[in-house]
Design a protein around this ligand. Structure first.
Ligand SMILES: [Zn+2]
Length: 265
């Protein structure tokens, strides 16, 4: 758990899990150019992915962005929330950047079948719901963690520009999935941005055009990366990114003609 602030808004980075994937599988078309970034890989040439959720506290609004891998992956999200001093009943909004299973894992209590965050509305990007609910059969995580919330009437479907609290508004960032959504935070002259999976490693920040095997549509994902990275530099935003190195907080900075990820000290 790591706390940071954007003006009066508190952000807690909550790490559910960490897992590594072979770099040449994540970036299947990068080839030898991957060697340029070996400082971002582990000793076995793997990309080490953090699996983080972010809690945003804006006055009386307590917003959880994504719910991690869940209990099947020995996820630590619930312990991280405890450490942040937040009870599951305190959260009034759960928002998903997208509906991949590593972002929806702690939605449903496995023994009772009830929502883990009983006082929350669960905000689901409409375009992701439309996409995943139309797959036959849907992904297991969708059936287990998302569809039951809809049957229980807990979901609100959202798009671009949905206001979550005085400081927080959604921004459509499609490409990783059809409805991928980020959260922009504005507090006075300070900016924050909960990025989701627009960039999943520091390599994406430096090579936004590289094809990532986790993206739904490469051209759309690359265009969103370019546009979003420009915004993050211009705003000097504190960024919370699901999969960037633990705890997943930092800034996008310009170094000469290139951009890079600078983790929070
Ligand atoms: Zn993810």
């Amino acid at each position: 758990m790591r706390r940071a602030t954007v003006g009066t808004v508190e952000i807690f980075a909550l790490v559910d899990n960490v897992q590594a994937y072979p770099a040449n599988a994540v970036y299947p078309t990068a080839g030898a150019a991957l060697q340029t970034y070996r400082h971002y890989l582990d000793a076995e040439s793997r990309v080490v992915l953090n699996f983080a959720s972010f809690l945003v506290r804006d006055g009386s609004d307590v917003i959880l962005v994504d719910t991690g891998w869940g209990p099947e992956h020995q996820g630590e999200l619930m312990n991280e929330l405890l450490e942040a001093g937040v009870a599951s009943t305190d959260i009034n909004t759960v928002i998903f950047t997208h509906l991949h299973g590593d972002h929806t894992g702690w939605n449903i209590d496995r023994s009772s079948g009830a929502p883990v965050f009983p006082n929350a509305r669960y905000l689901v990007p409409q375009a992701d719901w439309d996409y995943y609910s139309a797959i036959t059969p849907p992904p297991d995580s969708f059936t287990r963690d998302v569809a039951p919330l809809e049957r229980m009437g807990c979901i609100d479907f959202i798009g671009d520009g949905r206001r979550l609290s005085p400081a927080c508004v959604t921004v459509a960032t499609p490409g990783h999935t059809p409805g991928h959504t980020s959260v922009a935070i504005t507090a006075g002259s300070d900016h924050g941005f909960i990025l989701g999976d627009v960039c999943i490693s520091p390599i994406d920040v430096e090579e936004p055009e590289w094809q990532s095997s986790f993206d739904w549509d490469h051209p759309t994902a690359a265009a969103t990366r370019r546009k979003t990275l420009e915004r993050l530099v211009a705003e000097g935003a504190l960024v919370g990114a699901s999969h960037l190195p633990v705890p997943g907080l930092g800034h996008v900075v310009e170094r000469g003609s290139r951009r890079a990820w600078q983790a929070l000290e």
